[in-house]
Structures are given as structure tokens and as C-alpha cells.
Design a protein around this ligand. Sequence first.
Ligand code: ADP
Length: 649
Amino acid sequence: MSHPVPLLNNEQLLQVLSSSNNAVAVHVAEDAIIQYASDRMIAIWGKDRSVIGKSLEQALPELKGQPFIDLFKKVWNEGVTISGTDTPAQLEVDGELHTYYFDFEYRAMKNDAGKTYCILHTATDVTERFLNMEKVQSLTEELRASNEELRAANEELNASNEELYESQQSLRDLYEDLAESDLRFRNMVKQAPVGICIIRARDLLIQDVNDSYLEIVGRRREELENHTIWDAIPEAAEAYAPVMNEVIRSGLTFRAREHEVVLTRNGVPETLYIDFVYEPVHNDGHVTAIMVLAIDVTDKVIARRSIEDVEERIRLAVEAAETGTFDLDLAKRIMLTSDRFNVIFGFDRQVPWEMFASVIHPDDKATRIAAHEAAIRSGKLFYEARVLHSDGSTHWVRVQGKVYYKDGKAVRILGTLLDITEFKRLQQQKDDFISIASHELKTPITSLKASLQLLERVKNDPASELIPKLIDQSSRSMHKISALVEDLLNVSRASKTELKLNKTPFTIAEMLDSCCSHVRIAGKHRLIVQGDMQLQVTADEHSIDQVVVNLVNNAVKYAPESKDIFMMVSREGEMAKIAVRDTGPGIAPEKITHLFDRYYRAESSGFQNSGLGLGLYICSEIIKRHGGDIGVESELGKGSTFWFTLPLD
Ligand code: ADP
């Protein structure tokens, strides 16, 4: 059985509705007078029940300027429903203006006539939801941004990864290259023709060494590898350890050329000449190793030194022989000459080739040209010519050279030059002598021949007066011939060093007294011995006698008018001096220097009895062998004093 349910009156109904959790209000009229508002709505508004009966604007004056009052008007007037979600509204709660968010609906409630009689206003405060949503949104935004960033980072990471991969790849390639170049380097070091030794700077430990280096230092590999350099080669430490230390300190390369090093090679000390370099190997600004590069140049140095030696000897020989040298470039027509060459040609410096050629005696120019032409064909240059010095003197030169060819063409002549003036003079003298000797011999021989022919005619008439005269004539001719022959023999003996000395002590004055009896007997001259009559020497008396006879004979020959011939003995320090003085014509000063030369005759004519120019030469040879000196003082018109000295005991 059911009981009828008692219905709520309006007031009760409103009371129930007002305690609903949903905010509800009922507005009437255009300005939205609040006829009903649930507790929740009043709470949202932040007001109290006094708002009932007030227009919305009166109840919530803060809504002025916000769209809501106008919206109410629109709903009332147009009978529409307006709703919104998350709509912000500024409400004054507890005296402070805050922004709240609402989902709302303004619904026009219409009667049957379609006329709006009230507006049902429902609202839900979604501030929290909204703010949370906003937070979520901003978080989402942040997340998105982060995601974006993450993506970008990811992309970067990918790119980096790719780069990393690429760098890894190139690193690997590099490593491979490095390994290859390291291998190549090691092979290079191993096969290098120069000695290479790599030494760690820190402790001077040998890290690598090639066979060439081992050969230079004369060690086995195990003697060097894993040893410090100066333990391995201690004999070089004193000289080179400071150098290596300096290279490590300064980082500067040290180069040495042809250093003389004594190394104990295979146990034997040997002197070597080495070109070497201490090359610092840098790493991060530090010297981490020293690369020693060494070349054994001993053979080269020795060869060069021996060439230098030979050159020096040739130079000395050339100098000693007073030989000038020349190097003629035929293509460029340039001639390089030595100092001696220039001097022989009368210049104090090198002059152009043409200038040398210009001082050749005009009569010899053709000889020179012909010799040069012949040289190109034969390969050998030879000629003798006179050159004229600026002081007017004439000098004989002998040019000898060797021609050098390139591609069949003569390009160069290397040669020597000798001053043969003296040689030519001697040659001339010799020629003169031969003609004189033959002439001199011819005279007494002709005379002897004539005498003998006459004797032949009168031989059957012993009473002929001619016979003694002819015999006398023949005898004098013979005497002359034998004197000349004697001179010649003496010269040849002297030049063959056959002049043996038989030394005995004798008193000089006594020897002088007894010599030259032929002159004394002839009676034309007085021989006067003066000076130290006691002085004794030890010498070959026969030779000395010969010298004195020669000097006296000359005085007789060349100073026939000199009645007195003085022979003087004196002591001069450790020497005895013997002089033969005449008061004859004397000798011109320019001739004096040559008087003692072989074949020299100061007067080639004018004296009937002049000899072969050998007497004084023989005298000087005898005196020289005795260790003495010979000379002459003479003045034209006053006479000559020939003297010689002999060492005293
Ligand atoms: P020679 O055999 O021709 O005499 P010498 O050597 O003895 O040769 O002498 C060389 C030259 O020295 C002679 O030809 C002569 O002209 C010169 N001479 C030597 N003695 C004298 C002298 N007493 N007075 C002048 N002239 C001299």
C-alpha cells in the first residue's frame, strides 16, 4: 500500500535548490534583478543574501565594464540562451578583485507566448580546472618546447654522432696512414744510405738505429739498441755529449762537416771524418728525441787531402822552378795567369790575353801565331819568343802547353811559361865559345902547319938557318895549342867534379915566390910579394898555384903595360886573402859580374893573347871547393885587383 507523498511548497523547494552544489540564480527584467540565487552562486559572487532583489549591476558593481550585464540584456530582450566555458570574470571577493573562470549559461525562460519571464543563470566555478588546465597547457607547452629542444638536441647529437663517426673514420684512415708512413719511415731509416740513430731526449736511450749507422760506429745492433748513446759509444762522449745536451736544451739543429773522430770500430781505434747533424725532434714545444744523421766522408777527405798535397807539391815545384802558369779559355779568349807569368811578361798584374800577346817581339809574333795554330792540330803548344818589357829590356820566354778539346773542338790550353833569358845567354856564349875555341885553335894549328910544311921543304938541308926558327915557331904554336887544350880539359874536369883536392899545409908567401917562373924569366914584369910572409894554409898547393898563375897570366895578358904585378898576402878573420894587382886598363863595372862565368871574355877582341874565357871560371871552381871566395875590384884606367880567400885551420 502506498501513501501519498507530501509535496514541497515553493519555499521549501527553493531552500532545497539553494543548497545545491550547482550555482543557480534567477534574474528578471532587463537589468537582471536577482530574484533567486543559490548559496553556491552567492558564494561565487563573494557576496551575501543582501544581493537578492538587486539588479546585477547593483549587486556586483565590479561587473561594470565586463560583458556580462550586456549579455543579460541580450538574453532578456532577445530570448536567447548564451553560454560559455572557461570564461574569465573579475569578481570582488573579500574586498579584493580576483579573476575567476566559469562555465555558464544564461537561459531565457519563456512563457507560452514566447515572452521571456526570467533568466535562468547557471554557473560552475572552473577556476581551478582552468588554472590547472592552463598549468597543464603551459607544462605541455614546456614539454613540447623541451621535446623540441630534445629533438633539436637529438638532431645535434645525431649530427655529432655522424661527425664523430666521420672523425673516427678519418682517424682510422689517419691512423692507417700513420702506420703506413711510420712503416715507410722505418723502412727509409733502415735502408737510408746515411747513418741514422734516433735517441730519446729524456734519457738518451737509443730507440732506433740503422745498419749504415752501425757500420759507421763499428758496433753490432745489440750493442746500441736499448743502451744510452754514451754507454754505447763512450769514446765520443767527451766531445759530443755537451753538443747533444745543447741541442736538447736549445732545440736548435747542430751541423758538423768533416769532423775528425776517433772511434773504436770493431775493437780497433780508427780515425774517421764524419759529416753529421743532430736534428731535434719537437713535440708540443719540447725536444723529445734527437735524430743523428751521419755520413762517413773519410775516403773523400783523404782523397781531397792527397789531391791538395799533390797540388801543393806541384805548386812548390812550379814556384821552385820559377815557372809561370796559364789557363787559356779559347772560346771566351780569356787567359788566367799566375803572378810569376805576369812578372815574366813584365806586368805587375794580370792583363788581357791580347795585351800579353802585344809585348811579344815583332820578329817573334809570327812564331807565336804559327805555334798556336800547330797546337790546335797537335794538342801541344811550344814556342820560344822574346818579350819586350816597358823598361826596354828583352827577355826570352819558353811557352809550353797542352790543348784540351770538347766535342772535337779545342777549348782550353793549360800551360807553363819559363824565363829562358839566362839559358839563351849561356847558349849564345857556348856558341860563341865554340867559334872562338875553333878560331883560337885554328891560328896556332895553321901556324904549326905552315912551319911543318917549311921544315918539310928544308929537311934535306940541315944547314938551313930556317930550321931552328921553324922549330921554335912550331914549338910556340904547340905550346899555345897545348895551353888551350889544357884549359878545355880543366873545364871539363871541373864540371865533372873531378877536381880532387890534395890538401897540405904550406906558407903562402913561399908558394907565391916560387910560382910564375915563366913570367920572371921573360923579364917583362916584376912580381912583388907583399904582406904576411908567414901565413900558412892547408890547401891543395898545386891547385892554388894554378889559380895564382892564372891571375898573373891574365895580368900579363890584359895589363901588358903594368910593369909591377903585386901579390899580397893578408889575414882576414878566419881566412887568408891572396890578391894579384895590376895597374892595367881595369874592367868596366857591368862586365865584372860575369867574369867568373864559364866562357866569359870581357874583351872579345883587341888582345892577341886572349884565351877562351875559361881561366877565371876554373879559378872560381877551385876556390869554391876550398870553401873560399873569389872576386875582383877594378877601376877603368887604374888597374884590377883579383883576390881570393882560403879558410885558415
Ligand atoms: P881568358 O881565358 O879569356 O883569359 P878568363 O876567365 O881568364 O878568360 O878572363 C875572362 C876575361 O876577363 C878576359 O877575357 C878578360 O877580358 C878579363 N880579364 C881578366 N883578367 C883581367 C885583368 N887583369 N885586366 C883586365 N881584364 C881582365
